[in-house]
Each structure stands twice: as C-alpha cells, then as structure tokens.
Design a protein around this ligand. Structure first.
Ligand code: ATR
Length: 268
C-alpha cells in the first residue's frame, strides 16, 4: 500500500490531504494509495523522514518550515530544487531519497498564459520568492525583485542571476504600472495586514496585469480584491497549491493529475 504525506509544522490547516486523496480516488488509486498529514517539529524532521521508506511511504510533500532541510538530507536533487535551495517534494525509491521542487512549476501552471517576454515583479526574497524568480526566469520573463529589506533583494537577485538570465534588477521603488505580472511571496496579509501599507503597490494603480498572491485564506485577500477591481487577472495561493500538488502527484504516480477534482477538494 503506497503511502504519501505532507510534512510541516504546523500542518493541521493543510489542504493537501483533502486535495491529494480526492485525486487518488479519481485516478482509481484510492483503495491502495493514501495521503496523510504529519506534524514534525524541526528537531525531529530528519529522523522522521528517514523512517518513512520503511513505513511504506513512496513520497512526501514538505512545507514550512522544512523545505531547506528536505533538500539538505536528500541523496539526489533535481536541478530546480538545488538551484532554488529548497525542496517541496520527496521521492523514496530503492533506499534513496530524491528531492524535487514543484513550487516554481506550480506557479507557472497557475498563470493564465506564458510569462515569456513580460516584466515580472516578485515581492519578497525568501524561499517562496526564490522559487517564483527561478520559475519566471526559466519561462522567459524579465524578473525584478523588491523586498522590505533591500539588501536581501540585492543578495537574492545577484545569487540567482549568477546562474540564469534574469533580465531585470533588484528594485527599491518599483512602478507598479511597469509590470505585466506581480507576485506577492511575502507573508503580508496572512495576519490581516493592509497590503498597501507594507508593499510597494497602490490599489488605484492596477490595470490588466496578472497579480498572484501566495497568501490565501477563506476569503480572497485584500490585495487580490483590489487587483480585481482594477481590472487585473488574479491568481490566489490556493491555485498555486493545487498546481504544485498536481505536479508532485504526477512525479509519484506517473498519472496525469485530475486538476478539476483537486481544485474542488482544495477549495471545499
Ligand atoms: P518564505 O521562505 O516563506 O518566503 P521568509 O524567508 O520568512 O519566508 O520570507 C518572508 C518574506 O516576507 C520576506 O521577504 C520578508 O521581508 P524581509 O526580508 O524584509 O523580512 C517579507 N515580509 C514579512 N513581513 C513583512 C512586512 N510586514 N512587510 C513587508 N515584507 C514582509
């Protein structure tokens, strides 16, 4: 019976078990495969992962705060996981642990069209930002990075630009109107903060852009509400979660993921 899981801390709020079990059922694998949530504190994470293969696990998703540790303990890693410096997907196979990152690909699949040739503004400079920067750059966008702490934007930009053409810059005062794509990877909005008090954006300056907010909750975020009123195409963090989960499921099962079923389950 192949087992799958998401490891996080905390993990109780995760939509992944509902979404992935619905997908497994739709694929006709629900009687054999299962997907559960496992809460692991940081000091217990590595030992927990190393027991998993013996317990029948064939793969796992990894979420906050374990994405860096997941990459570090793996025997092999995909190019994108290595370059992003974080893994959200593990595969247990023949006694070895392989790390992958589907966050970058998930963001790309959540966009309404190709970012090729467009200017993309990434807000933030943490792990979520690094995946977004890589994904957008690989897909041919010119990538600009803003962060509350500008030195961190400079460092993240320079580090990634050493490996791939970014075609943009670290920006301290970006002009919102100049970007076809805006991606918020900061935690602003997670605890009800006003995005327009903390991010270099104005609710009056959205146009027909694509605006992605990785933050998600029960209601659309204040950022996405304002972007939609301004005529933007909005993408929420739950759609990115669905798409990264679909890519992970495809890695583990080799089956094409049933996106509609996963989306419905994630939003239920
Ligand atoms: P992750 O790995 O999930 O991206 P992280 O590394 O903790 O998480 O990054 C959080 C991001 O949110 C950072 O870019 C952080 O900005 P700083 O580098 O200046 O800390 C950003 N962030 C958090 N709170 C913020 C706020 N109130 N205003 C603006 N940016 C904020």
């Amino acid at each position: 019976m192949p087992r799958l899981a998401v490891l996080g801390h905390p993990v109780g709020h995760s939509r992944s078990p509902a979404m992935q079990n619905a997908a497994l059922a739709e694929l006709g694998l629900g009687e054999e495969w299962s997907y559960e949530a496992i809460d692991a504190a940081p000091d217990a994470f590595e030992a927990r992962v190393r027991r998993m293969a013996d317990e029948g696990f064939v793969g796992a998703n990894v979420t906050i705060p374990h994405k860096g540790a997941a990459l570090a303990l793996a025997d092999e890693s995909s190019e994108i996981a290595g370059k992003v410096g974080a893994a959200n997907t593990l595969v247990f196979e023949r006694g070895s642990i392989r790390a992958d990152n589907t966050d970058a690909g998930g963001l790309l699949r959540a966009l309404p069209g190709s970012p090729r040739g467009r200017r993309a503004l990434v807000l933030g400079a943490g792990g979520a930002a690094r995946a977004a920067i890589w994904g957008l750059a690989q897909a041919g966008a010119a990538v600009y990075v803003w962060n509350r702490t500008p030195a961190r934007a400079d460092a993240t930009y320079a580090e990634i630009a050493a490996h791939i053409e970014l075609g943009g810059a670290a920006e301290e005062s970006p002009r919102q109107e100049d970007y076809g794509i805006v991606v918020n990877t900061t935690s602003v909005g997670l605890h009800g903060e006003d995005p327009f008090a903390h991010l270099p954006l104005s609710p009056a300056k959205f146009a027909d852009q694509v605006v992605v907010d990785m933050v998600y909750g029960k209601e659309p975020s204040a950022l996405l509400n304002a972007a939609e009123r301004g005529g933007a195409h909005t993408v929420d963090g739950l759609e990115v979660l669905v798409q990264q989960g679909a890519l992970s499921l495809e890695i583990w099962t080799g089956c094409e993921a049933p996106i509609e079923v996963m989306r419905a389950a994630a939003r239920a």
